[in-house]
Design a protein around this ligand. Structure first.
Ligand code: SF4
Ligand code: SF4
Ligand code: FES
Length: 497
């Protein structure tokens, strides 16, 4: 875009924007809301919904703001009665064939059509003909269900397929009130970005298989977070019901890292946070070759005892790159700087292709903080190479192993096997969110950890950009701690032993 600027007037306020900016973009950037369906900041302009009408001084007709370039001295109003009246009629037009199934529609509560209807609806419809019925609940993709009768033909989904994923699976077929959105005969929506179609569909035509009918959105709370699914580190919002300790979905949050989008793999990262997937309490060796359920404080005391019984050269750390920078700093400050441990290994999935990239967002390094871990290792004076160190650990002869298990288990198919192998090495303390660790009986010591949506801290993405976990949900598991809390408690017991 040009470095030249233009100044125009919007609702009696002078706004200066780069030359070439549309009135819609200018309004969006300056927090003036112009109602719209087809315009989306991440897609090209279609100008098909005719809902973003505004009044330009000295021009005879209302004009669409999404395709109207701001020019010097232009005076635009979104507030005049004639503009409001136009919105009312445009909305009536969109509702001609739209079913009034809001009470059972999964989009209710975050549907633009519903919101605008409440704002400017023409509550006494003048339509006296039956609505044209269109196909419902179509299977168009592994993550998606499409109800074409709710579609208002805004064309966002078609443009997304053409411009973002470049898969072009969708089109608008037929004409007039028979027009429907759908997949081409030989195509299905098969990519890793399907749920973005649910996000951008302004009505409930696209719904998510994973989420639909599970919750009413107004019962959910959301918190900003960073996706832990790969080293891109997309900015997201996690949605859950803290009062019943259940998470339901993850959605993208606009940022310079991920634009408006996120991938479907990242959207599944909420699943392991739910209580039924979690390690819910601590476990410690009972001194007779078995193990018992204990409090976290008791588990930490028992670990301190184990550590005091061996030389630093007999202690090893096995660390997954899925923890925060702050957690690594605390871990290395105690184990490396204070105890003098130098055997530190990285816990990676053996089949991971770290250099893979799908060209949009998803990366082959399925860890959110490889960069942060490397930096923390370097700061602690340790080699920062990113190879899988599991076999090296097995050969190291360590007598006590402290292992931070990968949090996002579904990205780590070898986890069960590796936990089993770990259980065969000396005394192993696994710090983890994963409930499956409890079933590996040979593991002598377990500490339940908080998940990514439940703690504060930072990840550094593949470029070193910082992503913040700033507003945690309360942990779904009472006993769960983050690594900083565990290490702080461990250091305290150690100091007083
Ligand atoms: S399915 Fe949704 S996004 Fe696609 S054209 Fe219809 S209303 Fe627009
Ligand atoms: S691209 Fe990576 S960081 Fe972004 S949503 Fe997908 S898994 Fe998460
Ligand atoms: S948002 Fe401008 S015509 Fe649709």
């Amino acid at each position: 875009m040009s470095t030249e600027t233009v100044t125009f007037n919007l609702n009696d306020r002078d706004i200066t924007v780069p030359k070439g900016t549309t009135v819609m973009e200018a309004a969006h950037k300056h927090n003036v809301y112009i109602p719209h369906f087809c315009w989306h900041p991440g897609l090209s302009i279609a100008g098909v919904c005719r809902f973003c009408l505004v009044k330009v001084d000295n021009r005879p007709k209302l004009e669409i703001a999404c395709n109207l370039q701001a020019t010097p001295g232009m005076k635009v109003s979104t507030l005049l009665p004639e503009v409001k009246e136009a919105h009312k009629w445009a909305l009536e037009f969109h509702l001609v064939n739209h079913p009034l199934d809001c009470p059972i529609c999964d989009q209710a509560g975050e549907c633009k059509l519903q919101d605008f209807y409440m704002e400017v609806g023409k509550y006494k419809s003048e339509m006296d003909r039956p609505k044209v019925l269109k196909p419902k609940a179509l299977d168009v993709g592994s993550e998606l269900v499409l109800d074409t009768e709710r579609c208002i033909l805004c064309d966002r989904c078609v443009r997304f397929e053409q411009e973002v994923t470049k898969t072009g699976a969708l089109g608008i077929f037929n004409r007039g009130d028979r027009a429907v959105v759908g997949t081409y005969p030989d195509k299905k929506i098969e990519h890793n970005y399907q749920d973005n179609l649910v996000d951008i569909c302004p009505v409930g035509a696209f719904t998510s298989r994973d989420f639909r009918f599970k919750q009413r959105v107004w019962f959910l709370k959301d918190q900003p977070a960073v996706c832990p699914g790969c080293s891109t580190g997309c900015h997201v919002k996690v949605y859950g019901k803290p009062q019943v300790r259940t998470y339901f979905r993850v959605k993208p949050q606009e940022s310079e890292v991920n634009g408006h989008w996120m991938c479907d793999v990242g959207r599944k990262t909420y699943k392991h946070l739910n209580q039924d997937q979690r390690l819910r309490f601590a476990v410690a060796a009972d001194g007779k070759g078995g193990r018992q359920r204990v409090s976290v404080a008791e588990a930490i005391a028992s670990l301190a005892l184990q550590l005091q019984g061996v030389a630093a050269s007999d202690i090893a750390l096995l660390v997954s790159p899925q923890y925060t920078c702050e957690e690594y700093d605390a871990l290395f400050a105690f184990f490396v700087k204070k105890l003098g441990v130098s055997k530190v290994f990285q816990w990676r999935e053996p089949t991971e292709n770290l250099d893979a990239f799908d060209g949009l967002l998803y990366r082959g390094d399925h860890n959110p903080n490889t960069f942060g871990l490397s930096e923390a290792l370097a700061k602690a004076g340790l080699p920062k190479d990113v190879k899988n160190g599991f076999e090296d650990l097995a050969r190291s002869g360590a007598k006590v192993v402290v292992a931070l298990a990968p949090e996002i288990e579904f990205q780590f198919p070898s986890l069960a096997g590796q936990l089993q192998k770990l259980s065969e090495l000396a005394f192993v303390s696994v710090w983890t969110t994963s409930g499956s660790a409890y079933n590996v009986k040979g593991l002598r010591h377990l500490v339940p950890l908080k998940g990514f949506a439940e703690k504060k801290g930072t990840f550094r993405n593949f470029q070193g950009k910082v992503g913040e976990l700033a507003k945690p949900f309360p942990a779904a598991v009472d006993e769960a701690k983050d690594v900083v809390e565990v290490v702080t408690a461990l250091a305290e017991v150690w100091a007083h032993a």
